[in-house]
Design a protein around this ligand. Structure first.
Ligand SMILES: Nc1ncnc2c1ncn2[C@@H]1O[C@H](COP(=O)(O)OP(=O)(O)OP(=O)(O)O)[C@@H](O)[C@H]1O
Ligand SMILES: [Mg+2]
Length: 286
């Protein structure tokens, strides 16, 4: 079955024109003096404005590499990545990455200075406007009271919020998040997922989110791309907009998680799993 996912097929020119980010048949490689490592093989997907698009797959399947390519740090050896039709060939302020490590915040700058820094460094805004913008987004992530604090005085969850505020303050066309909550304890991680969804309700940014947690993918994403083990190829794309944190533990949610697990890990049995799936839309590409 190759049931087209409505609105996301290349054969649909209207949808193709609307895509914010197009990843088209992209293979990515690392070259070391000893060997060439293929991280992803001919991966294609399209992200529409206000999507919460999740890349899900086992460790080493190339999720971070795909994110870095979307950010413009790595060039594909095959295929092309386009942002609003323009080929991505370098990093730019329209694509901001939030990484897993929260020690990405320079410790000698206050929270506010951390959020202002990219705005000033990229000459996006003058100091006064940058300060106003920083305070606006710190308010949104509930950290207005900590604007003058230094990062080492913050908890992991608070550092995560600063990193998110700093990224959103740049008002990128797409926010790229690589396992942003992986270093947090389970409760804080859940809280951050909730806050991210609330923030999305308010700001409606476009998100490309990497995780290897099926549960996190179902909660955070409205669409999930399942990647095979190394080198990453597209296994399937599923719609997951029906789930949020309130769905956790529910029968339908558990069932979906179990099915995604089978699609990801049952080598050679994915066709059988596909028949058992009852996602409203599913596209099996591999
Ligand atoms: N700098 C590098 N040089 C050489 N090979 C690399 C480099 N970075 C990653 N790789 C290889 O590319 C493949 C994909 O790595 P990547 O970090 O994208 O995986 P991932 O899906 O993000 O995994 P994880 O879930 O563990 O973060 C792996 O086989 C990895 O060993
Ligand atoms: Mg990774």
């Amino acid at each position: 079955m190759n049931a087209p996912l409505q609105g996301h097929t290349v054969s649909n020119p209207i949808a193709a024109a609307q895509a914010l980010l197009s990843v088209d048949n992209v293979s990515l490689e690392y070259r070391t003096p000893q060997r060439v490592v293929r991280a992803t093989h001919q991966v294609s997907f399209e992200i529409d404005p206000a999507d919460r698009f999740v890349l899900l797959g086992p460790s080493g399947c190339g999720k971070s590499t795909l994110l870095k390519a979307a950010a413009g740090f790595i060039q594909p050896v095959e295929g092309e990545i386009r942002l609003q039709g323009q080929r991505v060939d370098a990093p730019g302020p329209d694509r901001i990455v939030v990484f897993q490590e929260f020690d990405q915040l320079p410790p000698w700058k206050t929270v506010k200075q951390n959020v202002m820094f990219p705005l000033l460094a990229s000459k996006t805004l003058k100091r006064k406007e940058a300060e106003a913008r920083a305070l606006h987004y710190l308010e949104k992530v509930g950290l207005a009271a900590f604007a003058d604090a230094y990062p080492h005085t913050l908890s992991g969850g608070m550092k995560a919020r600063v990193a998110i505020a700093r990224a959103l303050a740049m008002q990128p066309k797409i926010l790229l998040m690589d396992e942003p909550f992986a270093a947090l304890d389970a409760l804080t991680r859940r809280k951050m997922q909730e806050e991210l969804l609330l923030l999305w309700e308010e700001v409606r940014f476009t998100l490309l989110f990497v995780t290897h947690s099926i549960e996190e993918a179902l909660v955070v994403g409205n669409r999930i791309l399942l990647l095979s083990p190394h080198p990453g190829r597209v296994r399937a794309e599923v719609h997951s907009h029906q789930y949020d944190l309130h769905s956790l533990g529910g029968v339908a949610f558990q069932e979906s998680a179990r099915r995604i697990h089978r699609l990801l890990f049952d080598e050679g049995q994915s066709l059988q799993a596909e028949h058992e799936l009852d996602f409203a839309d599913i596209r099996i590409a591999y």
